[in-house]
Ligand binder design. Structure first.
Ligand code: BES
Ligand code: ZN
Ligand code: ZN
Length: 467
């Protein structure tokens, strides 16, 4: 439980220390701080046993570097790092933040995110030890906002961490319905039959090898109905990616439970904006399928008539993400979108190239690309723009259809180029989170597993004019 109050509550206290600046603390803390050996170096964490000199048993001093280098990204990472270190050794903690109010939102976000741990599905659940935190502050509103957003981020991480026998297309659709009901958003879920009737043949084909039927979730938030601008966010929702008939090797295939991280990110954005209420119009489109090999599965060599009318030759059934996304893109255009952003664990190539350090970005608009990169910088998520010279499209030429779904080279670029070719003149950005959405090790402030990237960047992008 995280509370916010004026009172000192628990037996441990966490305070912050700059390298070059003395913060104002009450006398009893100052008298203890004289014993501190913390240099204020970023992430330096010291525990002082107060030996009964004040009501706290222990005071933890957390270094946060110099005031010149201080910003919300630093605070987010430093506080999160300390909580990760402490969350299995303490059961209760007071935190005394002494920063300007602008930083309180970040404190709420960072705390929630660092406290999250995926516990698996076990007979006896093992929870983290740190169950009680009290933030000593008068700025309840901004801290609370951060806590709420942080918990939505964790909701998205939980969806990605859970296995695909739980998180089926139907399960994701139910989650979307719950969000829409609780947050008063418009929602429509197109089932397999509706998709077929409409001609969303890519979504139907990718999904047809599985016993779990595909669907397309459409959620709408109109915060400024008089504005003609509509941003569509499209999240790849492959609940499990075996590769289909172009079967993946079995080693590491279990990680493909995270192939719906784009979908989880978009769901999280919708959950957040329904609370933050920006004056923007946003549509979420989430195609959800399970990519399975079976007697009814789609096959290499198949030609599919996409929702746009353009035909696609399936060269590799493992390049399924771009297929379900292209139908959703065409639908987003029909709904009047002026900007389309897709978020997808799209290519192993992007993961190999950037590792988990940079998110791949491909866009037909420099302005949109720069906006996304800058919003990423503001929240500590790195993007790197991929080239999109039109000549790359030669690689996707097909004798059997208008375009083919993959080639042997330029994996991440061609994935994005394929999608861009369905957008034509509309502002478009493709975000490839294949290497970044899921960590096999702790990457503070995130515990291992899913981290909901690039949700915080998307929220920043949506909220940037509303502050
Ligand atoms: N879901 C995978 C991409 C992926 C790989 C995500 C590793 C996370 C970690 C995607 O559907 C895929 O299999 N892509 C293929 C495309 C190829 C056949 C052109 C890939 O990258 O190997
Ligand atoms: Zn995939
Ligand atoms: Zn695949």
């Amino acid at each position: 439980m995280i509370s916010i109050s004026d009172n000192e509550t628990y037996s441990n206290l966490l305070i912050f220390k700059f390298k070059n600046f003395e913060m104002k603390y009450p006398e009893y803390i100052k008298s203890i701080l004289q014993f501190s050996e913390n240099t204020g170096e970023n992430k330096e964490l010291e525990c002082i046993n107060t030996l009964g000199k004040c009501r706290y048993k222990n005071i933890f001093v957390l270094g946060i570097g110099t005031t010149e280098e201080f910003n919300s990204v630093k605070l987010f990472k430093t506080l999160g790092d300390a909580i990760l270190k402490l969350k299995n050794s303490l059961s209760e903690l007071d935190i005394l933040p002494t920063f300007p109010n602008d930083f309180n939102y970040t404190i709420g976000e960072s705390l929630q995110i660092a406290l999250y741990k995926y516990n698996g599905i076990k007979k006896v659940e093992k929870k983290i030890k740190l169950q009680n935190i009290n933030i000593i502050s008068k700025h309840k509103d901004s801290i609370n906002k951060g806590l709420i957003i942080g918990s939505s981020i964790n909701y998205s991480r939980q969806l990605v961490n859970m296995p695909s026998n739980y998180v089926t297309p139907k399960y994701i659709a139910k989650q979307a319905e719950n969000i829409a009901r609780n947050e008063n958003l418009d929602i429509e879920i197109l089932d397999k039959y509706m998709l077929k009737q409409l001609g969303m043949n890519c979504i139907c084909n990718v999904g047809k090898g599985s016993i779990h039927n595909p669907c397309l979730i459409i959620m709408q938030y109109f915060g400024n109905p008089r504005d003609k601008k509509i941003l569509s966010l499209i999240g790849k929702g492959v609940t499990f990616d075996t590769g289909g008939i172009s079967l993946k090797p079995s080693k590491g295939m279990e990680d493909m439970i995270s192939d719906m991280a784009g979908a989880a990110s978009v769901l999280c954005v919708m959950k957040c904006i329904s609370k933050l209420k920006p004056k923007k119009n946003i549509i979420a489109l989430i195609p959800v399928v399970e990519n399975m090999p079976s007697g009814s599965a789609y096959k290499p060599g198949d030609v599919i008539i996409t929702y746009s009318g353009k035909t696609v030759e399936v060269v590799n059934t493992d390049a399924e993400g771009r297929l379900i996304l292209c139908d959703a893109i065409s639908y987003a255009k029909e709904l009047g979108s002026t900007t389309i952003i897709d978020i997808a664990t799209l290519t192993g190539s992007c993961a190999n190239f950037f590792g988990n350090i940079n998110i791949g970005l491909l866009s037909n608009s420099s302005e949109l690309a720069h906006d996304i990169i800058n919003c990423g910088k503001n929240v500590g998520e790195n993007f790197w723009r991929l080239p999109n010279n039109i000549e790359y499209m030669n690689e996707l030429k097909s004798d059997a259809a208008d375009i083919k779904n993959t080639s042997t080279k330029c994996g991440a670029i061609l994935g994005g180029m394929f999608l861009q070719s369905f957008c034509e003149d509309i502002n478009f950005a493709h975000i490839d989170i294949a290497g970044c959405a899921y960590n096999s090790k702790v990457l503070s402030p995130y515990d291992k597993g899913a981290n909901a990237l690039p949700t915080r960047t998307l929220i920043e992008y949506i909220m940037k004019d509303d502050r």
